[in-house]
Design a protein. Sequence first.
Length: 327
Amino acid sequence: MRRTPIVLALLGALALTACSSSGGQAAQSPASGSAPAAASAPPGAFAVITHGAPGDSFWDVVKNGAEAAGKQYGVTVTYQGDGDPAKQSQLIDQAVSQKVDGLVVSMANPDALKESIGKAVAAGIPVVTVNSGADRSKEFGAITHVGQSEDVAGRGAGEQLKAAGVTKLLCVVHEAGNVGLDQRCKGAEETLGGAVERLQVDVSNLADVTSKVTAKLQSDKQVNGVLALNPAVAVAARDAVRDSGSQAKLATFDLSADVVSAIKDGEILFAVDQQQYLQGYLPITFLLLYKDNLNTVGGGLPVNTGPGFVTKDNADRVARLAEAGTR
C-alpha cells in the first residue's frame, strides 16, 4: 500500500493537537524484562525501549508521542520501559530478535546497553537514541539522538535560580547512575555561583523523598533553593518545603499536570521543559525517513527538544496541553 510522503504527513501532524491514543497498534505494557521473545515483527514495526519506570508521568508523554506518530503514519509502534539496565538490555535483545524496522532507546546507563545496541546495529536495525546518553549515541552507531543537552539545561536552571536569590542549592537526584541527572546538577553548579549539594532519593518511594528533603531543609537552614530533576519528585519536594517551614525556592526539570498547577499557585518557581512528547514523536518520524528515503537528521549532532522554561506567565496555556498528554 502506497504511503503518503512522510514529510507531508509530518507537516499535517504538527498542525494538529495530538492525543494520547494507542497509535497504530496496541502498545505493550511496561515490561518486567522477562517476557519471552515473540515471532518476527510485522513490516513497519518500530520498538521504543526506555528506562522509564511504570507509571512515570514523564515517560507516559514520550509514549504518547511515539504512539501518535505510529497512528499518523499507519505503522506499528510498541513501547516498553524498565529502570533496571539489565532488563532494559533484555528488551532491546528481544526487539532485535523480532527484526523490528527501527529501534528507539534511552540511554541513562550507556555502558550497560552498549552490547545490546551493538547487536541491533550489526543486524542492520537503525537506532535513534533519546533523552539520555547523547555523548555516546554516535559511538554506539545510532543514526541520531533526540533530546535535551542536559548540561546546557542545567546551566539555564542555575541562572534562573541565581536570579531568584538562591545561594545554596539542594539538587535532588532520583536515579543512581543516570549520567543525565549528574549533568543537570553540574550545569546548575556552574552558573549558580553558590554551593550545590546533591541528595540521593528513590523515585519509586515519594513519601521517603518528602521525608528526606524535609530533614535536609530542617537541618541546614542555609539551603534556600531546591532543584528537583523529575516532576513527581518536584511535587514531593513541594510538600517537604511546606512541611519544614522553609522559604526555599523550588524549581524542577520536566512537566506534569501537578507541576503546572504548582507553578500557577506559586509553589514551584519554574520547570525546565524538554518537550518530551517530541522525544517519542520525532524518532519514529526519523526512522521512517531513514527506512523509506535513507534520510538522516542532525548532521551528526543531537536534535535538541529543549530547554524551554514554564513559568507563571505561560503555565495556563501549558496546563491545557498537559491535560491532553502532550506536555
